[in-house]
Design a binder for this molecule. Structure first.
Ligand code: BG6
Ligand code: MG
Length: 216
């Protein structure tokens, strides 16, 4: 096989939490009377909570203290976590579930590389908490994507080299992180358009062909 492991981004790849992130940030932005729409929300994909807040605040006029920013980020997260409670195994699509199990049956090591500090909570909601061979997430890193730290940590936990792993991403910040870390990357959504993407993923199940040696 071409790879020994696959490292998946979580939000937007394994499941769709984007709508909850949007709803929660929108609530905060409305309170602050800062314009915020779905297009701006797209720019926050793969970006950490505090960096996302900074980007939102740039569209307003007021200057906020670090304490204010902490309070705003916490308020967003509390509301976001409340929304996450609606999630269940129904939020794991059949295609994603079947593909993950098929890849595991082929003997590949499967990991998560997500900027989110809510990774374990989300995996628990969708019934995948104990499925992956490693979880590298926002609680373990200093620098968020496009820095490769979260993927390098995942590869290390899997005891694999970056060249032995394929990263699956939906955000261009994530695809850039994969490239900078020396990983091949299969991109969906915005990540498809990243200049150094290895595979443009049309259907999640295509991953099963990409990992075969004969696929070039
Ligand atoms: C990423 C999302 O996975 O996690 C971003 O794509 C989000 O939109 C980031 O900001 C941090 O998430 P959390 O759950 O730690 O606020
Ligand atoms: Mg993502």
């Amino acid at each position: 096989m071409k790879y020994k492991g696959i490292i998946f981004d979580l939000d937007g790849v394994i499941c769709s939490t984007d709508k909850y992130h949007y709803k929660a940030w929108k609530k905060i932005a409305d309170q602050l009377e800062i314009p915020f729409d779905e297009e701006m929300n797209d720019k926050l994909r793969g970006v950490s909570r505090m960096e996302s807040l900074e980007l939102i605040l740039q569209n307003g006029e007021k200057v906020y203290s670090n304490g204010d920013k902490q309070t705003l980020a916490e308020a967003k997260n509390l509301y976001y976590q409340k929304l996450l409670k609606q999630m269940s195994s129904k939020d794991l699509s059949e295609v994603v579930q079947n593909t993950l199990y098929a890849l595991k049956r082929k003997g590949l090591l499967l990991g998560i590389g997500s900027s989110s500090k809510n990774t374990k909570l989300i995996l628990e909601r969708i019934g995948l908490l104990n499925f992956f061979d490693c979880i590298s997430d926002g609680t373990m890193i200093e620098r968020s994507k496009p820095d490769p730290e979260v993927f390098l940590k995942a590869a290390k936990l899997l005891k694999l080299l970056p060249a032995e792993c394929l990263v699956v991403e939906d955000a261009s910040a994530g695809a850039e992180a994969a490239y900078k870390g020396g990983f091949d990357c299969a991109g969906i959504k915005a990540a498809r358009e990243y200049s150094h993407i290895t595979y443009q993923l049309d259907h999640f199940e295509d991953l099963i062909t990409y990992i075969e040696d004969e696929y070039e």
